[in-house]
Design a protein around this ligand. Structure first.
Ligand code: UT7
Length: 324
């Protein structure tokens, strides 16, 4: 028994922030952002629109696509690093608003890898008898973005994606999950302030420590190597080769990272799902957003072999192989 993705859904806020808008905010240019990242625009949550609002929209669409009622859910796993509150979990807010009266609910903190961590945990539950698991990746990255820091503010966006897992009949479903971490590199990407290490204070705010900091260039190098290794590990575990893949759905952080990994693998770009041009890096929402778009576009159909791979703060990295 393994878990199958029964349905997917996604949601992005309406407001668009273009590179031209960013040119008016920091010393940057559309040309620099396009060349270094491949991002053209990103979505921003409206005032009063928090992580749970995005998550509920994506979840409702995924439940409808799966044909599963919220009241049938056994477990809700919400991957995010930008939840509504430090306490309680955003998953509980979503559980209530969906009317998922039977479901246990908790958040998963694995940054950009959160959705794949969620699929791994959800799959393990389904394999041991749990019926329906809702996995959501939802982020309001704009809440932790320093809009005066050109090194990071051009990269991130807001959004949400979700998938409903249920028991699979036959060969279809999640073939394997490969989840990794290396906390030795925690400071490559971090929000230093606001937690127990540096509780909120006037000094913290004055020093802008509540915002995300990233050592971009170092992260870039580790990302390419780690993502290539992750794909090879996932394929080898299933006795598959790169040629067997129908679609790679990578974390949408940077087009240059994605291209470098595809080139090292010898995978043509036609077999890679790309949408970062329109959404930027939406952290835990990135893969489920891209996955849902690929499904809706008919790029994933029954029997497709799909590999998802991510890399992010922690460090964490992860890959998941699915026979659709
Ligand atoms: O989702 C989690 C995983 N995250 C990632 O995978 C992100 C990985 N890193 C990256 O995507 C890239 O490193 C960045 C896009 C963040 C930066 O690209 P880069 O080619 O590594 O640039 P850099 O950091 O080496 O900076 C090159 C130059 C610097 O100027 P100097 O020192 O050479 O004069 C930066 O100050 O570009 C400058 N720069 C900018 N210029 C215009 C940095 N940001 C900007 C900007 N506009 N927005």
């Amino acid at each position: 028994m393994r878990a199958r993705i029964l349905g997917t859904g996604s949601y992005v806020p309406e407001r668009v922030l273009t590179n031209a808008d960013l040119e008016r905010m920091v010393a940057t240019s559309d040309a620099w952002i396009m060349e270094r990242t491949g991002i053209r625009e990103r979505r921003l949550a409206a005032q009063g629109e928090a992580c749970s609002n995005l998550a509920v929209q994506a979840a409702e669409r995924a439940l409808a696509a799966a044909g599963v009622a919220a009241a049938e859910l056994d477990l809700i796993l919400l991957a995010t690093c930008t939840g509504d509150y430090p306490v309680p979990s955003t998953a509980c807010l979503v559980q209530h608003r969906l009317g998922a009266v039977r479901a246990a609910a908790c958040d998963i903190g694995a940054a950009c890898c959160g959705f794949l961590y969620g699929l791994g945990v959800g799959d393990a539950y389904v394999r041991t008898g749990t019926r329906y698991v809702l996995v959501i990746g939802a982020e309001v990255m704009s809440a932790v973005t320093d809009w005066t820091d050109r090194n990071t503010c051009v990269l991130f966006g807001d959004g949400a994606g979700a998938a409903v897992l249920g028991p699979s009949e036959g060969d279809r479903g999640i073939l394997s999950s490969h989840l990794h971490s290396d906390g030795g590199l925690w400071d490559l990407i971090a929000v230093p302030g606001g937690g127990s290490r540096m509780p909120p204070s006037e000094k913290m705010v004055a020093e802008r420590q509540q915002y995300i900091k990233m050592k971009g260039n170092e992260t870039f190098k580790v990302a390419v190597k780690t993502l290539e290794d992750g794909v090879r590990e996932a394929l080898a575990a299933n006795n598959l080769t790169v040629d067997d893949l129908d679609l790679l759905v990578p974390h949408q952080a940077n087009l240059r990272i994605i291209k470098a990994v595809a080139s090292r693998l010898g995978l043509p770009l036609e077999k890679v799902m790309l949408n970062l041009e329109w959404y930027g890096n939406t952290s835990a929402a990135s893969i489920p957003l891209a996955l849902d778009e690929a499904v809706k576009a008919g790029r994933i159909t029954e029997g497709s072999l799909v590999l998802m791979e991510a890399f992010g703060a922690g460090l964490t990295w992860a890959s998941t192989v699915v026979r659709w």
